[in-house]
Ligand binder design. Structure first.
Ligand SMILES: [Zn+2]
Length: 573
């Protein structure tokens, strides 16, 4: 195959001198002050001012990102930690009021009237919205909520069980649920479920206080219900409660039956009478876990080959990231957990961080984060910094699509049967997660529509939703654990209403994937066109550019589930 080289364009500063440093507040502040004080006498000057503000924000952000990356790559280095904390404590909080003043300077400028309305539509509505929601009196309430968030994390973080003579966290217990020995799985599952119930009342108490505070915050900002307020905070300008409800209904109609069918197949493959909560993660044919690679270099190499097959230029972009130290993939002692993609805003280059250990999920993670990285590269020529970022509903289209587009190339890691098995797990995972997203979303709508709820009401509402969206799993004997199952969904506590975004993005990604089964070139072309728009257009336009409909109905979801069902029939078990 002919190599496609990728050399990214450079974006030199237009305003800030190249030797300027942004390591301390004393170095940062004068530049912001000069923007605040700069007279703006024309629309052209206003646009110049916006670009300069983006340049400054990018330079300051990159300083913070560099420190964060350095810290997560080696958490046991006290100097790196101190440098990161110095940024978080000394620079970030002082930026907030200045950003507020800068926003007002822009919104109040008479020269806005000369701006191209359609070009600034997305930018303006976000800024207008932020200003209209801002209430000084809510700051102490938000601080109180942040403290409750911290307590939730602490309660969850302190959960351990002693299992087989060792103290383990629930995350460390998860591998036992993949063991073929059913008795072992049952014991492992029961020990975690029992431990979670110990904190049930503490978590319910915490949550009651969160609901009350959220209600106060919404009322202060002039909203009768927290739901309407939360939709505005999350900048949901392109869909509302009615669309979210319709999405849940569509999932119930066309996804839940497929999810139940897959569970029934699992039950039969396992050869058991009833599927119990500890039977959901094990391989139904009793095979050992997939092992795609032994060395992390093979992960990067294989992923690059997949990206090249999806699109030679994307492959070349990934090669560039590999060659320029913009990936840190291997798990090692001292590294922070998890995976993320971040952007060095000043250079307009992405960075990918993950903890690969040689499991199937590592391949999926790198394809996913790769999609985010391509998104950052695609929109880097956009002059308005805010438009180099997309709304989360579309960011996840970029990443989830890449998992799906690469799924037919998994033979680069596996033999044919294992490649099918990995692809199958991806598709089955999507069918399983959508009803869970609908459950979590509908539950939150119920919660904030019933401010006078008791804990029993709440448990009953959750049980009803599990009946509606859940699978055919027998919970007999564990009714209490089932009724409090939402306690482990951190978003419900920390990021209210933030979850449906993943379902919306999946809807976009599945449409791109479905088209790619027949017309991969066209699907990838439009995918890349949409990525290049960054965040310059509203969500329906971004979806349309990607060749997808922004519509949460049975008619858009049904054909996607049919396509998954059809693909699964042709994959090895
Ligand atoms: Zn993502």
């Amino acid at each position: 195959m002919a190599e496609t080289a990728y050399i990214p364009e450079a974006f030199p500063h237009h305003w800030l001198p190249n030797e300027a440093e942004f390591k301390t507040w004393d170095q940062v502040e004068p530049w912001y002050r000069s923007l605040l004080e700069r007279p703006i006498g024309s629309t052209e000057e206003l646009e110049r001012w916006l670009v300069d503000l983006g340049e400054l924000n990018g330079a300051v952000s990159q300083e913070g990102v560099r420190r964060y990356v350095a810290m997560t790559c080696q958490t046991d280095d006290p100097d790196r930690e101190a440098a990161h904390l110095a940024f978080v404590r000394d620079i970030e909080p002082r930026l907030k009021p200045i950003q507020n003043d800068l926003r007002n300077k822009y919104l109040d400028s008479p020269h806005r009237s000369g701006l191209d309305k359609s070009r600034y539509l997305v930018f303006d509505r976000a800024l207008d919205n932020r200003r209209s929601l801002y209430r000084e009196a809510n700051i102490p309430r938000e601080t109180a909520l942040a403290e409750l968030d911290q307590r939730y994390q602490k309660i969850i973080g302190a959960m351990t069980v002693t299992f087989r003579g060792e103290e383990r966290t629930p995350a460390q217990m998860a591998p036992f649920l993949e063991e073929p020995d059913r008795q072992l799985r049952e014991e492992a599952w029961k020990s975690v479920a029992a431990r979670r119930l110990v904190d049930r009342d503490a978590l319910d108490d915490l949550f009651d206080r969160m609901i009350a505070l959220r209600g106060e915050i919404a009322r202060e900002a002039g909203f009768p219900s927290f739901t309407d307020y939360a939709y505005r905070v999350r900048e949901r300008f392109d869909y509302g409660v009615a669309e979210a409800t319709a999405f849940g209904d569509a999932i119930e109609k066309v996804v839940v039956p497929l999810a139940r069918k897959l569970q029934e197949e699992r039950r039969q493959a396992l050869g058991i009478d009833r599927l119990r909560p500890w039977d959901l993660s094990v391989d139904p044919l009793g095979r050992p876990p997939l092992r795609p690679f032994a060395e992390v270099n093979k992960l990067a190499e294989g992923s690059e080959a997949i990206f090249r097959d999806v699109d030679p230029e994307l492959g070349a972009q990934f090669a560039y990231l590999r060659e320029h130290g913009l990936l840190d993939l291997a798990n090692r002692k001292g590294k922070a957990p998890g995976g993320y993609q971040t952007t060095l805003e000043d250079d307009r280059l992405p960075f990918i961080f993950m903890n690969a250990v040689g499991v199937d999920g590592d391949v999926r993670t790198l394809l996913h984060e790769g999609g985010h990285a391509f998104h950052a590269l695609a929109s880097r020529a956009e002059p308005l910094a805010a438009y180099r970022e997309s709304p989360i509903e579309f960011c996840e289209v970029a990443s989830m699509s890449m998992e799906l587009l690469g799924a037919r190339n998994l033979a680069l890691f596996y033999g044919e049967a294992d490649a099918d098995r990995s692809y199958r797990q991806l598709l089955e995972g999507i069918v399983t997660i959508l009803p869970w997203i609908a459950t979590v979303d509908a539950f939150q709508h119920w919660i904030y529509a019933h401010p006078d709820q008791t804990r029993d009401d709440r448990r009953a509402a959750w049980r009803d939703l599990l009946d509606r969206f859940g699978g055919a799993v027998d919970w007999t004997g564990f009714e209490d654990a089932r009724a409090s199952g939402w306690h482990r969904q951190l978003h419900i506590f920390l990021y209210p209403f933030y979850y449906i975004e993943y379902g919306i993005a999946q809807l976009g990604a599945l449409q791109i994937w479905r088209r790619s089964l027949l017309d991969r070139e066209g699907a990838v072309l439009d995918y890349r066109k949409a990525l290049a728009l960054g965040g310059a257009r509203p969500l329906p336009d971004l979806f349309a550019a990607a060749g997808a409909r922004f519509e949460f109905s049975e008619s858009s979801l049904g054909p996607l589930m049919d396509a998954i069902g059809h693909e699964l029939e042709h994959l090895a078990p």
